[in-house]
Design a protein around this ligand. Structure first.
Ligand SMILES: C[S@@+](CC[C@H](N)C(=O)[O-])C[C@H]1O[C@@H](n2cnc3c(N)ncnc32)[C@H](O)[C@@H]1O
Length: 149
């Protein structure tokens, strides 16, 4: 296995996990910056043409993992791999953000749900390929239906 190394850090207004919207209907519209380290700058070449990006990052402030847990969006437990819990065997987060602009090594984005200073492991262009009608939302759809969302 490789040893992960940050390619940059998230700059966000969130300093505490409680500040980040959670649960059913939570919207992630906060703006932030992906601050890329100079040694990886060339890797941003041509990124401006993409409207959305996958950001792969480390839950650097979560401890341990829980295989079964009750997420804020439901009152029933689910397996960690059926949720987006921060407490995972490998503490890796994945967020889709909208790329608003680029200024050199700084990517200004909308949709951050990460704490300020979160290490970024990778960035990839988001290319959605799953048609809406083929997408199943599992327990989340059931939780939404129960709550009338
Ligand atoms: C439910 S997770 C989802 C994250 C990502 N969108 C995903 O699906 O992997 C989002 C929560 O992770 C927590 N979080 C954000 N940044 C973190 C960090 N650097 N370390 C630990 N927890 C963090 C916050 O509580 C936030 O509400």
């Amino acid at each position: 296995m490789f040893t992960p190394k940050p390619i940059g850090f998230v700059r966000s207004h969130y300093t505490r996990t409680e500040e980040i919207p959670k649960g059913l209907g939570a919207k992630h519209e906060a703006e932030g910056v992906l601050d890329i380290l100079p040694e990886f700058g060339d890797g941003l070449t041509d990124i401006e043409g993409f409207s959305h990006l996958f950001v792969i990052w480390e839950f650097d402030r979560s401890e341990g993992f829980k295989l079964l847990g009750t997420p804020p969006s439901d009152d029933r437990p689910h397996g960690v791999f059926a949720t987006r819990s921060p407490r995972r065997p490998n503490p890796i987060g994945l967020t889709v953000v909208e790329l608003l602009s680029r200024g050199g090594l700084l990517l200004h984005v909308r949709g951050v749900d990460m704490l300020d200073g979160t290490p970024i492991l990778d960035i990839k262009p988001y290319l959605s390929g799953v048609p809406q009608e083929a997408l199943k939302r599992g327990w989340l759809a059931e939780a939404e239906a129960r709550k009338g969302k």
